[in-house]
Design a protein around this ligand. Structure first.
Ligand SMILES: C[S@@+](CC[C@H](N)C(=O)[O-])C[C@H]1O[C@@H](n2cnc3c(N)ncnc32)[C@H](O)[C@@H]1O
Length: 264
């Protein structure tokens, strides 16, 4: 059993000086991960995230599109109108930016609070329908499933041209990350990906966010993708002022075939 105990206290609804300016990460509560349950995430994880949204403790949510997306999205070289999958999407402003830039967007998010918030902030009234264990919300070029990503199938998701992962892989504890990476590759047919990762001294702070370095990424994705680090920069203020942290943007292209782009 691995026990991950984020520090207690402090509201994360504000952006205090101790926070990373870019991330505003603040977590508290206790997340206990059973190492025996490799391959699926623990119900405890779900409780943790539902609680965060219910209490509006969403310091990870950014008020503006993330510059690491807006500065690097073109490197994916997607065709106009490409369909981009955003796993563990929250109610990210990055989705607004992708839609404004002509993309179709598919996403999945555990919390219905986040999903309804996303559509509300976009000024869209979604059609809501059941999709097996998930609930599908659709409007215009946006389709979001509410529920566990491990319940989203390739058939339900449909074709995607690319994946954008910000604060998804690094939000997951170690035992879940490999299963997530494998599942993501399966349901997206190894579509090219723009991934934002974070590195810091994990001994200084329990996640999430978790530190995920190049070796770990190679372990998760190296068989499937080439990994090209296009930026690597310090996080202003470090990780909540506790220790230095860096963020990297990776462009991941499938080694065999051309992934999601081939099947349109
Ligand atoms: C750190 S937040 C990042 C949200 C978003 N990517 C952003 O940049 O604002 C991680 C999100 O993943 C969601 N989540 C966690 N586990 C999930 C799962 N198994 N399936 C779907 N969503 C999940 C949480 O509810 C949370 O909104």
């Amino acid at each position: 059993m691995e026990t991950i105990i984020p520090p207690l206290a402090q509201s994360d609804t504000g952006h205090g000086a101790c926070l990373s300016l870019r991330w505003g990460w603040q977590y508290y509560g206790r997340c206990i991960v059973d190492m025996k349950r490799v391959g699926a995430h623990d119900a405890m994880d779900e409780t943790f995230w539902h609680g965060k949204w219910q209490r509006n403790e969403i310091g990870f949510h950014e008020p503006r599109p993330n510059p690491l997306l807006t500065d690097n999205f073109a490197a994916l070289r997607l065709p106009a109108g490409a369909r981009v999958f955003v796993p563990l999407c929250g109610k990210s402003r990055d989705i607004h930016w992708l839609l404004e830039h002509g993309c179709q967007v598919a996403g999945i998010e555990l919390s219905p609070i986040a999903v309804t918030g996303l559509f509300s902030e976009l000024g869209l009234a979604p059609r809501i329908s059941p999709a097996g264990p998930l609930v599908r919300y659709e409007a215009g070029h946006l389709c979001i499933w509410a529920g566990d990503i491990f319940n989203l199938t390739q058939a339900e998701l449909g074709h995607v041209d690319a994946v954008y992962d910000r604060a998804a892989l690094i939000a997951l504890p170690t035992p879940t990350r490999m299963a997530y990476a494998r599942h993501l590759v399966t349901i997206t047919d190894a579509a090219p990906e723009l991934l934002v990762s974070m590195e810091y001294d994990q001994s200084r702070k329990a996640g999430p966010p978790f530190s995920v370095d190049e070796n770990a990424l190679q372990h998760y994705y190296g068989d499937t993708f080439t990994l090209d680090r296009v930026t690597h920069e310090a996080v202003p203020g470090g990780l909540k002022g506790i220790c230095p942290a860096t963020e990297s943007v990776w462009i991941m292209k499938p080694r065999h075939g051309s992934g999601g782009l081939t099947k349109k």
